[in-house]
Design a protein around this ligand. Structure first.
Ligand code: C2E
Ligand code: MG
Ligand code: MG
Ligand code: MG
Length: 282
């Protein structure tokens, strides 16, 4: 009986594994279609200068609203896109779309506004990233100095000469490079020696409890002073309250991002709230 049960359980496991595999294939097919039909969209989250409260830039964040499944979070579809190779065309679309949006904002009189775009490791490995960034700059006409590329440790893990060369070539285009989710990787610090980045983004997992957790507070303080002494900009991610913002200001953190200031917004909403403030009432 035990054997029969075991076998039944095995068949059950196989069936549900097949189901998961099938579901994944279906999701991948939907994502492929969504990219082809340009059914993805971008939201933009304000990047805030802590000393003044001014919005100095935006981070583009990709959104996928599937007609049947509803909103699928990037934490799900970005890894799927990476595994399936779709990230190449998705990444190209993100770069082209975001830089053209930025150029429209620049032309509307906000020429100082910065744009941050996330790059994934796969875009680097295939060596297409340089071409894609050049293309986006050329098509949009955006000033390269206003574009910042966010890399996570997964890019830098393969820190062979090829990756280092690509980073140098990107820098030569005049764009800025930042390390995203800093502190969560195994060797975040090593990268600071290997390459001259422009900005460190402190991962939100350290920022969240910076008030209540003395260890997290020490880490955040340490990363900020490290960044400042290396001459780098530093931004705290995931700032959800004024008291956290205040603490970061006190620690001389330059920039912040988080729900306390604004959630990621559709471009028209962002423009309305941050770029076209209503005239002050008399
Ligand atoms: P990320 O680059 O670290 O982006 C910040 C994430 O934190 C975003 O999640 C944002 O919505 C969220 N966030 C911002 N402020 C707060 C806050 O105060 N509290 C909390 N709890 N969360 C906050 P999102 O949009 O779900 O994106 C998740 C990740 O997916 C991004 O993390 C990035 O790694 C990736 N991703 C998103 N769009 C793209 C893209 O176009 N290309 C690539 N390669 N990756 C992307
Ligand atoms: Mg990012
Ligand atoms: Mg991050
Ligand atoms: Mg992240």
């Amino acid at each position: 009986a035990a054997k029969r049960e075991g076998r039944a359980a095995y068949q059950f496991a196989t069936a549900s594994m097949n189901e998961a595999a099938l579901e994944r294939l279906q999701l991948e097919a939907s994502l492929r279609l969504a990219i082809e039909r340009e059914a993805l969209r971008l939201e933009y989250q304000p990047l805030i200068e802590l000393a003044t409260g001014r919005m100095v830039g935006v981070e583009a964040l990709c959104r996928w609203d599937d007609p049947e499944r509803g909103a699928i979070p990037p934490g799900v579809f970005i890894p799927l896109a990476e595994d399936s190779g779709l990230i190449e065309s998705l990444g190209r679309w993100v770069l082209l779309t975001a830089t053209q949006q930025l150029q429209r904002w620049h032309e509307a009189g906000h020429g100082d506004l910065m744009l941050a775009v996330n790059l994934s490791a796969r875009q680097f490995q295939r060596g297409v990233v340089l071409e894609q960034v050049e293309e986006a700059l050329m098509v949009s006409g955006v000033n390269p100095a206003r574009l910042e590329l966010e890399l996570t440790e997964s890019v830098l893990l393969h820190d062979g000469e090829a990756v280092m060369n690509t980073l140098r070539q990107l820098k030569a285009l005049g764009v800025a490079l930042s390390i995203d989710d800093f502190g969560t990787g195994y060797s975040s610090f090593a990268y600071l020696r290997r390459f001259k980045f422009d900005k460190i983004k402190i991962d939100q997992s350290f920022v969240r409890d910076v008030i209540d957790d003395p260890e997290d507070a020490a880490i955040v303080r340490g990363i900020i002073s490290l960044a400042l002494s290396l001459g780098l900009h530093v931004l705290a991610e995931g700032v959800e309250t004024e008291s956290i913002a205040q603490r970061l200001r006190h620690l001389k953190c330059t920039y912040a991002q988080g729900y306390h200031f604004a959630r990621p917004l559709r471009p028209e909403v962002l423009a309305e709230r941050f770029l076209n403030p209503p005239p002050a009432s008399a």
